[in-house]
Every structure is written in structure tokens, then in C-alpha cells.
Design a protein around this ligand. Structure first.
Ligand code: CP
Length: 305
């Protein structure tokens, strides 16, 4: 039985196969419409979500399966003090596969160690968000044509941003990927990514504070939200929340074919005027999330079509 805790749980070859499958699903959805007939997906979300939970549910429904679950800790027996280990043992009696989101780092890993069914980490605190990374990789590969030989700017909350941490871990495995890390001092990338991932693997990167200074060299700009829920005090959040706002003026500094990605939800960090720019890829990215989660469910359930 296989779980997904981190994008590194798949080799590059396995990731390529998964993205190939997701592309085939995008092109031939009818072929997969009954692939999961009789199977059930449980979505156990202890933290708010729109895209991840609903795209997982759409993915299973598109495959002919069914879904069950809860959308907040308050509406589960976690509110009565039940441990995640006990919960997953019980869910294993009800479903064939489970996606878990939890505010605590490592919660999905604990669940997987007690589970009788495959567990997917749908986001654990500020740690990892591997299915967002699969979505990001599919978006870059589909719209940019390749995952290697790119310069990618990661902008905003690089300290707590689990999507950024997962994406860096995944992209360093491709050839000639350069990173420009754009953040205020307080939200810089953690040492365990800068030193243990980037420096340790000899990856080219630089850290800058102004988005304007980086725009001209980027093939991909990955914007992120400053996450109110990860701050210990409101004052710091208010000071930093509008630090970066990508607008039409800044887009003029970018390459003609640069792609703008964002895991969403956005607050103010991308002005709505950018939505009509052909380089804005963040809503397409959300659509790719369904195909890639369909491919993941099939892969973890070992179903071939
Ligand atoms: N990208 C993402 O994880 O969105 P949600 O928080 O809405 O699931």
C-alpha cells in the first residue's frame, strides 16, 4: 500500500508517468468515467479548503466513485478529543482511500502509519502540500512545454508557504531550474530549504526583496498569499499582507510568455486586472488540479484503464 506525503515519494520517472496519465485524462475523460466504480474517497479536512477538497471530490466523482467526509474539525469527533490515529483506523473501515488536511505538520504521516488505506497529504500546516505541487508541475509542463531549463520566481510568504516548500523540493530534480526567492525579510525561505535543499544540491538561487527587480528574468512567477492563519500576531500580518501586489504595470516588466501561477486563494497579491492577461494561468491551474488528482487516485489504488 502506498501513501503520498511529499512530492519526493514519487521518483521523477513516476512523476512523469503520473503527469502523462493526467494529460490523457484531460484529453479522454470518458475513457476513465467508470474506472473507480464502487470505490469511495474520504476527505478529512481539519482546516478550511475550497480547491483541494472539492477537486478531490470532483476527481473521484469523475472516475465513477463516491465521496464521504468532513470539512472542518468541528464537525468531526476531533472536537470531542479523538486522535487522528483512531480516526483513520475507523475511516479505513468506510473508504478505499483518504485525503487529509490538518493544521499540524506531520499529521498526515501519523495517520498513514495507522491506516489500512492509502492516505494522501492534502496539506499539513506550513510543511508540505504535495497534490498542489503535482498540480503546479502539470500546469508548468502543459503551458510552458517543459519542467527543466526555467527560471522561476517564488514571491510572498516563503516562510510558511507549504506550496512553495513542496514545489522547490520537486523542481530541483529537473535540469537547470533557477530560483529567484522574492520575499520581505520576515517571510524569507526557512534555513531547512535554503541550506538543506538548495545549497546542499548545488541549485542556483538568489533572494531579492523587490518583485520589480526580478520580473524581467522569469519564465514562471509563482505568487503566494500572506497567510493570516500562520501568524502569531495580527500586527505582523497587517504590516506584511499587502507587501506584494502584482498589477498591470508590473506585468509590463515581464517576458511576453511568462506564466503567472498562484495556488489560490488570493487576497490582494494579484490585482484582478491581471486575470485578463493571457499569461495569467492560475484558474487553468485549478482545473489541472482535478486531472492530476484523478491520476493520483488511480495510481494509489493501482487501477489501470
Ligand atoms: N490551493 C489550495 O490548497 O487551496 P484550498 O486551500 O482552497 O484547498
Amino acid at each position: 500500500m502506498r501513501h503520498l506525503m511529499s512530492p519526493l515519494d514519487f521518483s521523477v520517472e513516476e512523476l512523469d508517468q503520473l503527469l502523462d496519465l493526467a494529460e490523457d485524462i484531460e484529453k479522454n475523460p470518458k475513457k476513465y468515467a467508470h474506472a473507480c466504480d464502487g470505490k469511495k474517497l474520504a476527505t478529512c479536512f481539519y482546516e478550511p479548503s475550497t480547491r483541494t477538497r472539492l477537486s478531490f471530490e470532483a476527481a473521484m466523482l469523475n472516475l465513477g466513485g463516491s465521496v464521504l467526509g468532513f470539512a472542518s474539525a468541528d464537525s468531526s469527533s476531533a472536537a470531542k478529543g479523538e486522535s487522528i490515529s483512531d480516526t483513520i483506523r475507523v475511516i479505513s473501515c468506510y473508504a478505499d482511500i483518504c485525503a487529509i488536511r490538518h493544521p499540524k505538520e506531520g499529521a498526515a504521516l501519523v495517520a498513514s502509519s495507522k491506516s489500512g488505506i492509502p492516505v494522501i497529504n492534502a496539506g499539513d500546516g506550513g510543511h508540505q502540500h504535495p497534490t498542489q505541487t503535482l498540480t503546479d508541475l502539470m500546469t508548468i509542463r502543459s503551458l510552458n512545454g517543459r519542467l527543466g531549463n526555467i527560471t522561476i520566481g517564488l514571491c510572498g510568504d516563503l516562510k510558511f508557504g507549504r506550496t512553495v516548500h513542496s514545489l522547490i523540493n520537486a523542481l530541483i530534480r529537473y535540469e537547470n531550474v533557477k530560483f529567484v526567492l522574492i520575499s520581505p525579510e520576515e517571510l524569507k525561505i526557512p534555513d531547512y530549504i535554503r541550506d538543506d535543499v538548495l545549497r546542499a544540491n548545488g541549485i542556483e538561487f538568489k533572494e531579492v526583496e523587490r518583485l520589480e527587480d526580478a520580473m524581467h528574468e522569469l519564465d514562471i512567477l509563482y505568487m503566494t498569499r500572506v497567510q493570516r492563519e500562520r501568524f502569531f500576531n495580527e500586527e505582523d500580518y497587517i504590516r506584511l499582507k499587502d507587501y506584494y501586489i502584482l498589477n498591470g504595470e508590473k506585468m509590463k516588466l515581464a517576458k511576453e510568455n511568462m506564466l503567472v501561477l498562484h495556488p489560490l486563494p488570493r487576497v490582494n497579491e494579484i490585482s484582478v486586472e491581471v486575470d485578463d492577461d493571457p499569461r495569467a494561468a492560475y484558474f487553468k491551474q485549478a482545473q489541472y488540479g482535478v486531472y492530476v488528482r484523478m491520476a493520483l487516485i488511480l495510481t494509489l489504488l493501482d487501477i489501470t484503464v
